[in-house]
Design a protein around this ligand. Structure first.
Ligand code: ARG
Length: 408
């Protein structure tokens, strides 16, 4: 009996060709696995296509819930944004798909897993490292990294073997999408000086034609997790889907990023991430109100560390789990409601409230009812400024640095 391989199958050109290629080159039986984490299209149609293309089995799983609860929300709680721009949609999806490949391989007694990533990107690293960490005994095959075919040759291969080619192939762009965002690369976008043409965008309206009236959205947080929209409790998947629509309608969430790939390349990527943009902003506003300055400062370091870990394919590592434990603890009081205004491409936080807010009106106000003791300020400043005073006296102040006196 032939060895089995479980292939992460999207129904696109590369993974469709991969089914046939794995069967021909490796003489393996291909089990196609399609994980729906948002944006894969109709599962029954994909399943049919996998079988028609030569898979011995085609499995489909709705993984949207687990994607949001176990990957997206932990990243949101950590404010994970790569290089200050990219909310990490694809990077968060890959470890989940890798885990599903591994689980399926064990169940089906497969000796290998396979994915459609090329040898130039981050995704191969994320798939491979996740599989290595979870199941070091499994062989990993990446057909598109091995076959050395150009896009045209891949299309020709598909035509020759009667593999149905998706209509999307006529698009000049390479696109990946899930609930947390959509990424677009290639074509004219490869010139970083060229403004993205309107046809790269699918989730967001151009602010030029977006509504002339703003929408206001109230996001309820419990311990760092968004749990309601406009006062209505919603599960994470529905909440993100709804926000993608509303914010997208107002042109919110377009990102143009020249990004540093792990494999050493700078690449120009366009993202659409309406819900992620709104939720990350709202979450930070909630934190600003419920965490101390020291906590906020420390969390910034955790955020950038966490983002790099996600981007670089290290989800299933001890450090990621350790940071997640810290983040969970640190979100204990990040509870309350944030109001954002969506208008002409902007998402602006315009209100926030929390039962555990650190904002104290009687301390902050300049009006009647002020309880802040201004008489305590001079003493505080005296000690706060003391080191600066001593240092300036001994070593010279601004612009008149004193040379150390030579002792002979
Ligand atoms: N540059 C982004 C990342 O590394 C998006 C990659 C999208 N992948 C794709 N096959 N188009 O996470």
């Amino acid at each position: 009996m032939a060895d089995k391989v479980v292939l992460a199958y999207s129904g696109g050109l590369d993974t469709s060709v991969a089914i046939k290629w794995l069967a021909d080159k490796y003489k393996m039986e291909v089990i196609a696995l399609t994980a729906d984490i948002g944006g894969v299209g109709e599962l029954p149609a994909i399943q049919k296509k996998a079988l028609k293309t030569g898979a011995v089995k085609a499995l489909t799983v709705d993984a949207k819930g687990i994607f949001v609860d176990s990957f997206v929300f932990p990243a949101l709680k950590a404010n994970a944004i790569y290089e200050g721009q990219y909310p990490l949609a694809t990077a968060l999806g890959r470890p989940l798909i890798a885990k599903m490949l591994v689980d399926t391989a064990r169940k089906e007694k497969a000796v290998a897993v396979a994915h459609g990533s090329t040898g130039k990107g981050n995704d191969q690293v994320r798939f491979d490292v996740s599989v290595i960490a979870l199941a070091p005994e499994l062989k990993i095959v990446a057909p598109a990294r091995e076959w050395g075919m150009t896009r045209e040759e891949t299309i020709a291969y598909a035509e020759k073997h009667d593999i149905p080619i998706p209509i999307k192939v006529s698009s000049p762009y390479s696109i990946d999408e899930n609930l947390w965002g959509r990424s677009i690369e290639c074509g004219v976008l490869e010139d970083p000086w060229v403004e993205p043409p309107e046809d790269v965008f699918a989730w967001t309206k151009s602010p030029a034609v977006s509504p002339d009236k703003p929408d206001y959205v109230e996001i309820g947080f419990e311990e760092g997790i968004p749990v309601s929209l406009n006062g209505k409790k919603l599960d994470g998947v529905a909440l993100i889907q709804r926000l993608n629509e509303t914010a997208g309608k107002h042109g919110v969430g377009r990102i143009d990023h020249v990004e540093s790939r792990l494999v050493g390349i700078k690449s120009r990527e366009i993202y659409e991430a309406p819900a992620a943009t709104v939720l990350l902003k709202a979450h930070q506003a909630m934190e600003a109100m419920t965490l101390s300055h020291q906590q906020l400062r420390f969390n910034e370091k955790v955020s950038s560390e966490y983002a790099d870990i996600i981007y670089n394919g290290l989800w299933f590592t001890a450090l990621r789990r350790d940071l997640a434990a810290y983040v969970d603890r640190a979100q204990k009081h990040v509870t309350g409601t944030v109001r954002v205004k969506l208008f002409k491409g902007n998402c602006i936080v315009v209100g926030r409230k929390s039962p555990v807010s650190l904002y104290d009106y009687s301390l902050a106000t300049y009006d009647k009812g002020d309880v802040f003791d201004q008489g305590a300020a001079p003493g505080f400043i005296h000690l706060w400024g003391l080191p600066a005073k001593v240092q300036a006296k001994v070593q010279g102040g601004e612009g008149k640095e004193q040379k150390p006196k030579k002792k002979t």
